[in-house]
Design a binder for this molecule. Structure first.
Ligand code: NAD
Length: 278
């Protein structure tokens, strides 16, 4: 099986294009799930303070015997901690929970339009402190729309390395992906399988049977061909391995187009312009 490609971020750091997400993985299941992913070859783990399993992610990486430097780890700022002093404390707490002295990538989890007087710009400036002191090798945002990114562009000096957004065949986000490409922001797609809900789509099932792969593998390969970074979640070892086995085939341009044409702007998660839960 060939290696996972790397994407070069706008600050020169490399990120594995494919990883493992642990949203909704119970703390009690996390060590086993991350261990299964590392065993299968994943070297990129996506967690968040809000997932409640940072400690277990750190434990699993330590138990694996891999060097810390060999695993790319992302975490995200707690939604209740946008104000600068709170963000500083929250970042320290994430590092402490993980048991690491740095993160590969740290993100503002949500822009929270109705909280903090809409001021995600000072939060972004606070993340730049973690970047400058080396404790966050890269920093970025999640669930930012183009209008949020435009504010960072005009009001600050550093653009995010990544924007992590909901992305799957029913929500292809092509306008936002284009905006990110124009501003050298790498796109990470969350819920890359649409939480499993796109897998019974007849077009995807038909392509899968023609190329001899599973619907999940076809959808994940579609993301890879489009150049986005993804990290599907599963707690089932066979599925964890299945999802990783996508580097020994390619989709034709027509198949990529046919899957992109399934877009219906359908979100399975919250709308970033409305979501304000802390
Ligand atoms: P996903 O699209 O990865 O779907 C996961 C679900 O798909 C699993 O629970 C399982 O039911 C099913 N599945 C997985 N592999 C399968 C297979 N091979 N065959 C059939 N079904 C399969 O959804 P997700 O967990 O929401 O997203 C992935 C990751 O993205 C998360 O774990 C998290 O790291 C990140 N995320 C980030 C945000 C954010 O706001 N930044 C929000 C949601 C998720």
């Amino acid at each position: 099986m060939s290696a996972v490609p790397e994407i070069m971020l706008n600050n020169g750091q490399a990120i594995p294009q494919f990883g493992f997400g642990v949203f909704l993985v119970e703390p009690g299941e996390t060590v086993a799930a991350v261990a299964a992913a590392l065993e299968a070859g994943y070297r990129h783990i996506d967690t968040a303070e809000g997932y409640g399993n940072e400690k277990e992610v750190g434990d699993a990486i330590r138990k694996s015997g891999l060097d810390r430097a060999d695993v790319f780890v992302t975490s995200k700022l707690a939604n209740g901690a946008h104000r600068p002093d709170d963000a500083r404390r929250a970042f320290d707490a994430s590092l402490q929970a993980l048991g690491f002295d740095y993160l590969d990538l740290f993100l503002i989890h949500w822009p929270l339009p109705t909280r903090y007087d809409g001021d995600f710009v000072s939060t972004w400036r606070t993340l730049q402190e973690f970047y400058r002191d080396g404790r966050a090798r890269s920093i970025g945002v999640s669930n930012f729309q183009a209008h949020h990114l435009r504010r960072l562009h005009t009001e600050t000096e550093v653009m995010p390395a990544v924007n992590q957004i909901e992305l799957h065949p029913y929500l292809t986000q092509d306008d936002l992906r284009r905006f990110c490409a124009e501003h050298q922001i790498a796109v990470e797609g969350w819920s890359p399988l649409g939480r499993g809900r796109v897998l019974a789509d007849p077009e995807i099932v038909s392509i899968a049977s023609r190329v001899g792969k599973t619907p999940a593998q076809v959808v994940l390969r579609w993301h890879i061909e489009r150049g986005d970074i993804v990290f599907p979640k599963s707690v089932t070892p066979a599925r964890i391995r299945e999802n990783f086995a996508i580097f020994d085939f390619e989709l034709s341009g027509e198949d990529v187009e046919a899957i992109s044409a399934l877009n219906r702007n359908e979100r399975f998660g919250p709308d970033p312009d409305k979501f304000d839960m802390v």
